[in-house]
Ligand binder design. Structure first.
Ligand SMILES: Cc1ncc(COP(=O)(O)O)c(C=O)c1O
Length: 395
């Protein structure tokens, strides 16, 4: 006997990360030990001072009542102060900001609030899966906008057909990008803003990796583009910047009517975010520079170790300037799942096939920098020996 589910839920294509889990368990059941670089879940601890803030808040009088839908004063203020000091843009805490139980959840809630049958969502051809699955669950169609590797993986907006554009409600962008590690500029973002304004789209910018940049790169906010508040919302996360993925907290800022839609949706299905967690997030944002410096340094060290080992193995690859991934091409002629399975069983490394982010990733695979540098170096050497040479010059 099985339950009846929503038709849209039942017809979603299989989730690649579930298949990865299945393969992982199968390998473990055979007694294999491996280095798991599949999912991008932080392996480093949450900063102790953030945990202290959580503990202190949890023993105060903030856990008896339901938390407010939009967010508590403390985190709304910390989030808008962060936007002002980091990007130079002011937001009204009670009109232009909402606290989220993770940016993934917030993105899904906003898409649910904005899109339904007959609508089109414009998502990157390499997408963090919620961009595609949330609209599909609500009966909206997704049009994948090609990301062009020859143009720094930026979105090819000119390729979107006019009949698709006329039904489009939302454009999603994500820089620094998961999975490619690509970065963007204020000029690139201003094209997205202009395009969204011209076609009456809500621009949803996912800035989950805002603080994880290397070699002096500083990731811009879409709100550094003048007038962006009229079209855009931007999702921020504490998960990666502060190793707080397990606390589930982030925030969204921007266009007030889109945030109202999100709140209307949220108030019908849930409540605000746990208050002690909001206090921990507020502490983290108030101390962003001090807390993120060692985390970023560690990711940069890991990235260097991994790419040095790949280059020592003869791979012609360029390290990404941001995020926490290596996005690497598969050798010519090797099928994606075959490659993943061989790397797992022969190389003892779990990687993610690029397919997890859409068909456009079928010739690529992703490694997460979630192990110490020495382990990454050793994993890279084993991957090179299993896969041999990758296509020359592919970045
Ligand atoms: C691009 C992107 N957006 C959002 C998220 C989810 O972040 P959160 O933990 O805030 O839900 C991730 C997590 O990997 C991500 O890669």
């Amino acid at each position: 006997m099985s339950v009846n589910t929503l038709p849209s839920l039942a017809t979603l294509p299989p989730y690649v990360f579930s298949e990865l889990e299945r393969r992982k368990h199968a390998a473990r059941a055979l007694g294999h030990e491996f280095c798991d670089l599949g999912i991008g879940s932080p392996d480093q601890p949450t900063p102790p001072a953030v945990l202290d803030a959580l503990r202190i808040a949890a023993t105060g009088s903030v856990t008896n009542a339901y938390p407010p839908f939009r967010g508590g004063e403390r985190l709304l203020t910390a989030a808008t102060n962060f936007m002002a000091s980091r990007f130079g843009v002011e937001f009204a805490p009670h009109r232009e900001a909402v606290v989220l139980a993770g940016s993934k959840e917030g993105i899904a809630e906003m898409l649910a609030a904005l899109c339904g049958p007959g609508d089109v969502v414009l998502a990157p051809s390499l997408s963090y899966p919620v961009y595609v699955r949330a609209p599909q669950m609500h009966g909206a169609r997704v049009h994948l906008v090609p990301m062009d590797p020859a143009n720094r993986w930026q979105l090819d907006l000119a390729s979107i057909p006019a009949d698709v554009l006329s039904r489009a409600r939302v454009l999603i962008a994500n820089y620094p990008n998961n999975p490619t590690g690509a970065v963007t500029t204020v000029e690139d973002l201003s094209e997205l803003v202009e395009f969204s304004r011209r076609h009456n789209l809500v621009l949803m910018h996912d800035l989950a990796y805002s603080e994880l940049s290397f070699d002096g790169h500083v990731a811009p906010s879409v709100f550094e583009v003048p007038g962006a508040k009229e079209v855009a919302v931007e999702f921020h996360s504490c998960s990666k910047s502060f190793n707080m993925a397990g606390m589930r907290v982030g925030f969204v800022v921007g266009r007030a009517d889109a945030l109202d839609a999100l709140l209307a949706y949220r108030s019908n299905v849930g409540y605000g975010v746990s208050m002690p967690i909001q206090h921990a997030a507020a502490y983290a944002l108030d101390n962003v520079r001090v807390l993120t410096a060692p985390i970023v340094a560690e990711y940069q060290h890991r990235r260097n170790a991994l790419y040095d080992a790949l280059r020592d193995g003869g791979w012609d690859v360029t390290p990404p300037q941001a995020a926490m991934y290596a996005w690497l091409p598969l050798p010519d002629g090797m099928e994606a799942w075959d490659a993943v399975q061989r790397v797992l069983m022969e190389g003892r490394v779990m990687v993610t096939p690029g397919l997890a982010f859409g068909e456009a990733g079928s010739r690529w695979f992703r490694l997460s920098l979630v192990a110490p540098a020495a382990d990454l170096r050793a994993a890279a050497a084993r991957i090179v020996s299993v896969l041999g040479n990758v296509p020359a010059g592919v970045r």
